[in-house]
Design a protein around this ligand. Structure first.
Ligand SMILES: CC(C)(COP(=O)(O)OP(=O)(O)OC[C@H]1O[C@@H](n2cnc3c(N)ncnc32)[C@H](O)[C@@H]1OP(=O)(O)O)[C@@H](O)C(=O)NCCC(=O)NCCS
Length: 170
């Protein structure tokens, strides 16, 4: 019988996690988005982590969760305000194991807890399929400039369930 794969766990972000999250961010962009973005676009996108202090401020200003496998960070996601996913990145060595799903599910619950009725994300082209499988609908196509490069993404939205609402019919 084969060994069971270790299960990912979640924990909140701490300031000292910044370097490892910056490394996950860069590796994820460099290795997972090449089918949809040019090298110049990937470099511009990844450059958001060049200034670690700034990157740490962005992580700290949002509700940032870290996914770990055997206590090592393998992915992270952040909720901006009550209802927008700003970042969701999984290390290439850990993709396809449910880490992204676990992170986005946790953010959906936290957004619901903050009173959000729906959740939006500006999804990269490579993450479109991932989000649409999770019930997000494409609303608007965008083109944004990042460090001098134009990048396309899609604003997607998911209506959050109200099954837990007190008094809802059973
Ligand atoms: C998108 C991303 C977060 C997915 O993470 P992940 O840990 O591999 O996701 P999961 O293992 O939870 O996958 C969930 C489902 O989505 C599917 N899926 C994941 N990434 C996919 C992709 N790029 N294309 C198509 N399907 C994908 C999986 O096959 C899986 O399907 P299943 O439930 O039928 O098995 C990861 O690929 C990533 O970090 N991408 C690069 C960074 C990025 O673009 N982030 C989004 C910024 S908005």
């Amino acid at each position: 019988m084969g060994q069971a794969l270790p299960k990912p766990a979640l924990r909140p972000y701490l300031a000292e996690d910044t370097p490892v999250l910056a490394a996950i961010f860069v590796a994820s962009i460099e290795q997972l988005t090449g089918d949809d973005y040019s090298e110049a676009q990937q470099e511009a996108w990844a450059s958001a982590a060049d200034d670690e202090e700034q990157f740490g401020k962005r992580l700290a200003s949002q509700l940032t969760l870290i996914a770990t496998l055997q206590n090592s960070p393998v992915g992270f996601a952040s909720l901006k305000g009550a209802d927008h996913i700003d970042m969701l990145y999984v290390h290439p060595s850990a993709v396809g194991q449910g880490v992204g799903s676990m992170l986005s599910e946790a953010l959906e619950k936290l957004a619901g807890g903050r009173g959000a009725k729906s959740l939006t994300v500006d999804a990269s082209d490579n993450a479109l399929e991932f989000f649409s499988r999770r019930g997000y609908e494409a609303k608007q196509r965008n083109t944004v400039t990042v460090n001098g490069e134009w990048l396309a993404n899609t604003t997607m939205q998911k209506t959050l369930g109200d099954g837990a609402k007190p008094g809802a019919p059973t």
